[in-house]
Ligand binder design. Structure first.
Ligand SMILES: [Zn+2]
Length: 235
């Protein structure tokens, strides 16, 4: 799933846990992708492209067992939840961050090609519904609708809706080989792709966090930085 729609997931979680500041939720929903960026830059994980890149189906997340396996984000989510909730007594924060980390795995499984293994070291089976590889347009529609659904549940402002719509439309050329776009320049330049995704992550997280402060007239959504939840209670 593309960056803006992972960021939009933070709106759902914020709605469920209104007392939790949105900043840690935003980081949690992209924790797997941030790990992927770092590990690609370090050369531990690897991305490849076809000799010509016309759409997302020409980009291959060839090796990413640490950032994007089934097991590692589950363990990361459990560890974050245990440390924050059981260690520091921040119940709502622990649950929000744990759910945020897991949300990324679930959403990627729905859209990715078959590139998610169970655990580092295992080469098969590789999971992922395969939409990016065989039906990119379906992936685009699903991501677009999902992003707007997150906004609707959050009861966000029009500016937040505009951000979600614009960022989804900005990705349009990635979903269709017949629509030219910047992806053409990514052939043979996987680290350029990683850099662009890092920029997308940062921009979408920051703007979502800023615009989530504003809520639609009459909405009961709480402010961005609400009160801390009392220790031992969930909100
Ligand atoms: Zn991902």
């Amino acid at each position: 799933m593309f960056a803006i729609d992972h960021a939009a997931t933070a709106l759902l979680i914020k709605r469920r846990y209104p007392s939790v500041p949105i900043a840690p939720i935003l980081i949690s929903v992209q924790a797997m992708e941030l790990a992927w960026v770092i590990l690609n830059f370090l050369g531990v994980e690897r991305t490849t492209t076809e000799s010509t890149v016309l759409s997302v189906s020409d980009i291959h997340l060839a090796y990413m067992p640490y950032s994007h396996s089934i097991g590692t984000p589950i363990i990361a989510a459990l560890a974050a939840w245990l440390i924050i909730e059981k260690g520091f007594g921040r119940v709502a924060l622990g649950r929000a961050v744990g759910i945020g980390i897991l949300s990324h795995l679930i959403l990627d499984l729905l859209t990715h090609a078959h590139d998610i293994v169970f655990w580092p070291g295992l080469t098969s089976p590789k999971l992922g519904l395969g939409l990016y590889a065989v039906a990119p347009w379906a992936a685009f529609v699903i991501e677009f609708v999902y992003g707007i659904l997150c906004w609707a549940v959050y009861r966000g402002s029009r500016s937040l809706l505009a951000l979600i719509v614009i960022c989804n439309l900005a990705n349009l050329s990635f979903f269709s080989a017949s629509i030219p776009g910047p992806e053409n320049y990514l052939a043979g330049r996987p680290l350029l792709l990683v850099t662009i995704i890092l920029i997308q992550i940062v921009v979408t997280l920051v703007l979502t966090g800023i615009l989530a402060r504003r809520t639609a007239p009459g909405s009961s959504a709480r402010p961005l930085f609400g009160h801390r939840v009392a220790a031992g209670s969930a909100s």
